[in-house]
Write a protein that binds this ligand. Structure first.
Ligand code: TXA
Ligand code: MG
Length: 325
């Protein structure tokens, strides 16, 4: 076992917090069964106590330690997508502290697809794992993103390289009619094909949405600089004309308005590549301390699966550009 992995396990056993890599974003890990360790995670993130945490597990057998029911749909989805970027919301086991689920009778569980995370989970057991960023800010997709916001004494980082998928897992409730609570790279169509049932997608702006998944608050995943979405070259021109100071442009399409090269972040046109690059691009845009980040609203293209990925990307972009209430 690598020495830093052993050190991480020792720290977790002592009720401490460790950041760990997953295929989506880095997580802030703590013992899911230790209430004071979980409290520390909320404190470090400045996370409201009403926003529940996802429990990470090494496999379906470990998932069954944290849930009170394991319906056919859960079995089928875990078999199809785990390890992978899908969190299943199920009735929770009494072993899971109230604080993890924010008092909800349900818990979200997922098995991440990253060798280091899986080794950690196999050796330690279930870990809570919110994204390793202060609440409301951009999710980290590299170890350096985590190191930039947390002191290394508070949060040592297990470095597993850049995250492959780049946006957070799809959260799907499999209690009653299956419902997507947070879109991700696994879309409604992908899930429907496995369980042969219609899957609804809850809108984050829906009234009361915060009650069943507070992470769906409209403003979230935000860069520090103000950010806006634009569609046309004319809209971009207007933004450039009306903004005093620095504008960073993040775009997947060629632009005829060339800014200085350090103020243009070129995004890939392929949905999965775009998702993988999204947060790193917004972190990069922020480092220029611009007055505005202008993001071209990407045009969804491709097959049904790709359209689902674009939907998740647009969800994150919309929230990144929605000012806090
Ligand atoms: O990809 C991911 O899911 C990453 C990596 C680290 O695994 N984690 C992550 O966690 O994004 P976090 O805490 O940043 O987002 C968790 C989301 C929130 O939208 C939260 O409201 C929702 O999952 N959630 C967690 N538990 C829930 C529950 N019991 N019922 C409904 N929604 C839940
Ligand atoms: Mg988060």
């Amino acid at each position: 076992m690598p020495p830093n992995l052993q050190a991480a396990i020792d720290r977790l056993r002592a009720g401490g917090v460790v950041a760990f890599p997953t295929e989506t974003v880095y997580g802030l890990g703590a013992d899911a069964f230790n209430e004071s360790a979980v409290r520390r995670v909320f404190e470090l993130k400045g996370r409201p106590a009403n926003n529940p945490l996802i429990v990470h597990v090494a496999d379906a057998a470990m998932a069954r330690q944290v849930v009170a029911a394991w319906p056919r749909e859960a079995e089928a989805l875990a078999a199809a997508f785990w390890p992978g970027p899908l969190s299943l919301v199920l009735p929770r086991s009494p072993r899971v502290p109230d604080m993890v689920t924010a008092g909800s009778p349900n818990v979200a569980v997922r098995c991440p697809d990253h060798p280091l995370a899986l080794e950690l989970l196999r050796a330690f057991g279930p870990l809570v794992g919110p994204s390793a960023n202060p609440s409301g800010q951009l999710s980290p997709t590299t170890a350096d993103h985590v190191r930039a916001v947390f002191d290394k004494e508070d949060v040592p980082v297990l470095d597993g390289g850049p995250c492959r998928a780049g946006i957070e897992s799809t959260v799907v409730s499999v209690i009653g009619t299956p419902r997507i609570l947070r879109p991700g790279v696994i879309g409604a169509g992908d899930i429907e094909r496995v369980i042969n049932q219609h899957v609804e997608t809850a809108s984050y702006s829906e009234k009361g949405a915060h009650l069943d998944s507070p992470g769906r608050l409209a403003s979230h995943y935000s860069p520090r600089a103000p950010a806006v979405l634009y569609s046309t070259e004319d809209e971009l021109r207007e933004l450039l004309d009306s903004t005093r100071g620095i504008v960073v442009i993040v775009t997947d399409s060629p632009t005829r308005l060339p800014p200085p090269p350090d103020r243009l972040i070129q995004m890939p046109r392929h949905a999965e590549a775009y998702a993988a690059r999204l947060y790193a691009a917004l972190h990069e845009a922020d480092t220029a301390e611009p007055d505005l980040i202008a993001i071209h609203s990407p045009e969804p293209t491709g097959d049904a699966h790709e359209q689902g990925v674009w939907r998740a990307i647009l969800d994150r972009l919309t929230r990144a550009t929605t000012p806090p209430e």
